[in-house]
Design a protein around this ligand. Structure first.
Ligand code: PXG
Length: 289
């Protein structure tokens, strides 16, 4: 495997960043997770736009134009000869001293691109659906650390993930500070009621996921009603169907939440239809390499 660091490729064992990089010291940086299918990078423009928005929000200057970053992603995929890949884009503040002050990071931000494979959940869960629980750790308040910023500080989500794992579950529902359903640790959540889709709005401590937007787009095109609306746990429990979306997880059915069977307890028909449509669009759309 070859890793892109600041314009050069390094073997995995030599792909190293300084311990004085503020990305390591403070989680001071931003990232994106992207996927490619059959040599097409899915929604790359959207991911790169979001990376630049995250960077803008934390006053981090990305030392490449968007066009050059697209080229770097394609080069990384070609060099690694991967037809299907999970791509991690990381931009960290760069090397500084032991204080928080980002002005001390005198050089450029560090840009890293890793291309690898990822299978987040076992294939069985995509067929049978997964069971998830609500955990005590709430999602970061937008007024404190806005979830729209995909920062390198993912402890909020990691704490929730640990709580789920400790209870024997792979994924967790995180609530917002008002107790509404926000999202999962690395995925957005949807419910289906009377053949219409509901997902929390992005202002409520929910990342505006690119897979989420893709599903909303597909549903609208197919004439399926979509609602970006606050959701309570009760509404999840009484939903006909439930599923999660994310670049890593793709679209995965949920069949039990907090011990309550959702709908028939099997992946729902609309969920399965959206999974099929989503897979079709990953085959059709994207930037070729
Ligand atoms: N919510 C959160 C909190 C996320 O981190 C999503 C939703 C889905 O967004 P996209 O744009 O991917 O549809 C994410 C992003 C992982 C992993 O390894 C997953 C994400 C981020 C970091 C790591 O599971 N998902």
């Amino acid at each position: 495997m070859k890793v892109y660091i600041n314009g050069k490729f390094y073997e995995k064992k030599d792909a190293k960043i300084s311990v004085f990089d503020h990305g390591f010291l403070y989680g001071d940086g931003v990232f994106e997770g992207v996927r490619s299918y059959n040599r097409l990078v899915f929604k790359l423009k959207e991911h790169i736009d979001r990376l630049f928005e995250s960077a803008q929000s934390i006053c981090l200057e990305i030392p490449l134009t968007k066009e050059r970053l697209v080229k770097a992603v394609r080069d990384t995929l070609r060099v690694n000869k991967l037809d299907n890949a999970y791509i991690r884009l990381i931009v960290s503040r760069g090397e500084g001293d032991l204080g928080l002050d980002p002005r001390k990071c005198k050089g450029n931000a560090s840009v890293v691109i890793i291309a690898d494979r990822i299978a987040l959940y076992p294939q069985k869960l995509y067929k049978e659906g997964m069971e998830i629980i609500t955990v005590p750790t709430i999602r970061n308040l937008p007024e404190a650390l806005n979830p729209q910023i995909k920062s390198l500080n993912y402890l909020n989500n990691i704490l929730a993930k640990i709580e789920a794992i400790n209870c024997g579950y792979e994924e967790a529902i995180m609530l917002d500070s008002l107790g509404y359903v926000a999202e999962c640790t690395g995925d957005n959540i949807f419910i289906v009621k009377r053949n219409e889709l509901y997902t929390p709005p992005q202002c409520m401590g929910t990342l505006r996921g690119i897979t989420r937007d893709t599903i909303l787009e597909i549903a609208s095109k197919k004439g399926i009603g979509v609602h970006e609306h606050v959701i309570t746990r009760h509404e999840v429990y009484i939903a006909d169907e439930c599923f999660l979306t994310g670049t890593a997880a793709e679209v995965i059915p949920v069949v039990k939440v907090d011990g309550r069977k959702i709908g028939s307890g099997k992946p729902g028909s609309l969920t399965l239809r959206l999974i099929r449509e989503f897979r079709k669009s990953t085959k059709r759309e994207g930037i070729r390499y």
